[in-house]
Design a protein around this ligand. Sequence first.
Ligand code: NAD
Ligand code: ZN
Ligand code: ZN
Length: 344
Amino acid sequence: MSSKMQAAVVEQFGKPLVLKELDVPTPGPGQVLVKTEACGVCHTDLHARNGDWPLKPALPFTPGHEGIGIVTALGAAVTAVKLGDRVGVPWLYSACGHCEYCLSARETVCAEAQFGGYTRNGGFAEYIVADPNYVAHIPADLAARDAAPLICAGITSYKGIKETQARPGEWIVISGIGGLGHLGVQYAKAMGLHVCAVDIDDGKLGHAKRLGADAQVNARHGDPVAAVKKVTGGGAHGVLITAPSLPAFSQGVGMTRKWGTCVLVGIPPGEFPTPLFDVVANCITIRGSFVGTRQDMAEALAFAVGGNVKADIELQPLSAINQVFERLGRGDVPSRVVLDFGAK
Ligand code: NAD
Ligand code: ZN
Ligand code: ZN
């Protein structure tokens, strides 16, 4: 093992990442060292770089919470993984394990949770220190680059669909057909739902159609709420909003059928107006959803092993991260960029 590694580091919010040569970290007791093979680039990494959210990471930090790699060193007293295992280091980096939320399989809202690539250094680096109790276990026949988008974009869209409580044969709107949404369309189809894809880009909508979406609505043209109500016969039973754009949120609430559930997953900074009378009189549920539990992770990965869900990926080297962020900010990434460490 070389004692130095390349990492892309946020030193200042809103500024390009700095490519640095850092010491390879040493795993402490109860930690493992993962040699990165691939790491997806999530829109959350861009929010992190920009310091968009009320809870800000401490500078400097290394983003990336879709890192997949091989366990190459174990700290003391590690039994949950072994040397050579392929694991993913996700957004839910660790949690306390004993609060009311951890005990009831809702560990993503644990007050002591740490977040990969945010409050802990993440996968935009050749090595990652991880908590073996919270890593994703990557099935043997899934390549690292294919698994990477699943451990955030996949689990988050899968969990968000479950949280809509839409049932097979019912309609779901997936708003935002980027990294999360292109997987959301596939999960929703595999779960027996009718899918109406919403985006502001015809290329993304064409992609949704190829992935099996039953209807497409461009939110930039005409009245997208009326268009969805027409397609779904009165609104979708479930709405999943992945768009990192505030107008999509009021629209998504308007697209929700009476007694339906609108799940908020995208996190653009700010607030959105909610038509209180309509939400009350139509008995609409508006619910936040934050990645997923370790059990959700296993389920989300299992869909990929069955061949029902496959991320569309574009490979780039770590050194291209600033260009990738620029494109992501412009909506110019077709589905998911995965940083490829494989050549090293
Ligand atoms: P992305 O950039 O890959 O995709 C976003 C998509 O939304 C693009 O296709 C874009 O064209 C589309 N879009 C933009 N404005 C729109 C609008 N007004 N209406 C409909 N579509 C619109 O981003 P991503 O990686 O999929 O992440 C999306 C959001 O989800 C980000 O805010 C990210 O931080 C958040 N996120 C949340 C969680 C969670 O746990 N809740 C997890 C991961 C990501
Ligand atoms: Zn993410
Ligand atoms: Zn806890």
